[in-house]
Design a protein around this ligand. Structure first.
Ligand SMILES: NC(=O)c1ccc[n+]([C@@H]2O[C@H](COP(=O)([O-])OP(=O)(O)OC[C@H]3O[C@@H](n4cnc5c(N)ncnc54)[C@H](OP(=O)(O)O)[C@@H]3O)[C@@H](O)[C@H]2O)c1
Length: 335
């Protein structure tokens, strides 16, 4: 690995993606400085990573002094830390102010490049057809998509003002061991006999295996054509919800197409009620849009990553879900 022997900073290293990235970097001889907020999470991370070159520093993206100390001497910063839920004000602080602080600290410390983790949610759910990186953001009133979109703006602004190199990755729904939502929750649904779903399940699920996200981030850290660019990170061609759930069903009960097709109007009715009772800027407010988007076959294009970086996902859906089995067993969800 080109980063071998270099010191890099990983923010959010106690989280799902950050810990997977940290493990991969350490295993490849990279010296990782891991920013964590609590000593308890630090202990868990050290246990997960095992032996290897890892230095754990305590800090917060809202504490500029802690970021300055953490970035000192690093060639690359992988910025995974984020608030994925909570009130708009909280997400704006962590995601936008945090990204700005991080970019300033990187520029002050002479960091070569920042790899900023964004999300496909910045596009919102407006589009159909092929979605490329140059299309306008449209996150609507979802606090997460909105603040992640604003965070990209903050990264670009500080990058231009300070001459700080950066690159942006926009992953889809990341699945893998330790994913609560896209592995544990989806697996619990998929193991039901039959698996209930609204409609045919032929709409696209924009997922990606965690190791592929980490792999692309490492490529982005070095590749000369990645500077100042944003890249989608998901399967292209996309997989359907039916096959996504189906692979988990196969793991649970050796079938991959035992679907109970519930009428979509039921979901629209539930989404409508959910929306009415959801607080402003919460994902619940966007439920009818989510339902629409889940039925669509919009495709996030990976052409840019293929053309500029010669990169595409290495781990198939089947292989990635198979790799979740051990973790699901450890949690007592799979026998
Ligand atoms: N999971 C997905 O499907 C998905 C999809 C697309 C993009 N992403 C992006 O991927 C990145 C990682 O997400 P994830 O799924 O790994 O989330 P996660 O498991 O919730 O991890 C978030 C991390 O951010 C840290 N953090 C939160 N607030 C912080 C603060 N003020 N200062 C420092 N660290 C803070 C958390 O620390 P604590 O452990 O102390 O809470 C945790 O380590 C995020 O940028 C997210 O937007 C995720």
């Amino acid at each position: 690995m080109a980063l071998n022997g270099q010191t890099v900073l990983v923010t959010g290293s106690s989280g799902f993606l950050g810990s997977a990235l940290t493990q991969r970097l350490v295993a490849n001889g990279v010296k990782v400085r891991a920013l964590v907020r609590s000593p308890r999470k630090a202990a868990l991370l050290r246990e997960a990573v095992g032996v290897g070159d890892i230095e754990i520093v305590q800090g917060d993206v809202l504490d500029a002094a802690s970021l300055a100390a953490a970035a000192e001497g690093c060639t690359v910063v992988f910025h995974c830390a984020a608030a994925l839920g909570g009130k708009l004000g909280v997400q704006r602080q962590v995601n936008v102010v945090g990204a700005r602080n991080l970019m300033q600290a990187a520029a002050d410390a002479g960091v070569r490049r920042v790899v900023h983790v964004s999300t496909l949610s910045v596009y919102g759910m407006l589009y159909d057809g092929v979605i490329t990186e140059d299309m306008a953001h449209g996150p609507g009133s979802d606090a997460y998509g909105l603040t992640k979109s604003e965070a990209e703006g903050a990264v670009r602004e500080v990058g231009a003002a300070r001459g700080q190199e950066y690159t942006i990755i926009r992953p889809g729904m990341i699945f893998g061991a330790r994913s609560h939502m896209w592995t544990e929750v989806v697996f619990r649904l998929a193991r039901l006999k039959p698996t209930p779903w609204f409609g045919s399940g032929k709409g696209f699920a924009h997922c990606i295996y965690v190791d592929d996200v980490a792999d692309m981030m490492i490529v982005l850290a070095e590749h000369p054509r990645a500077v100042g660019e944003a890249f989608n990170c998901t399967y292209d061609p996309a997989v359907t919800w039916r096959s996504y759930l189906g692979e988990y069903s196969r793991l649970a009960r050796s079938v991959n197409d035992d679907f109970l097709e519930l009428p979509p109007w039921m979901l629209y009715a539930l989404a409508g009620v959910g929306m009415m009772f959801s607080p402003p800027y919460s994902p619940g407010k966007m439920l009818p849009d989510y339902v629409d988007f889940m039925q669509k076959r919009a495709q996030f294009s990976m052409a840019k990553a293929r053309d500029l970086l010669d990169w595409e996902p290495q781990v198939s859906l089947e292989e990635g879900i198979g790799r979740c089995a051990e973790w699901l067993r450890q949690r007592g969800l799979l026998t």
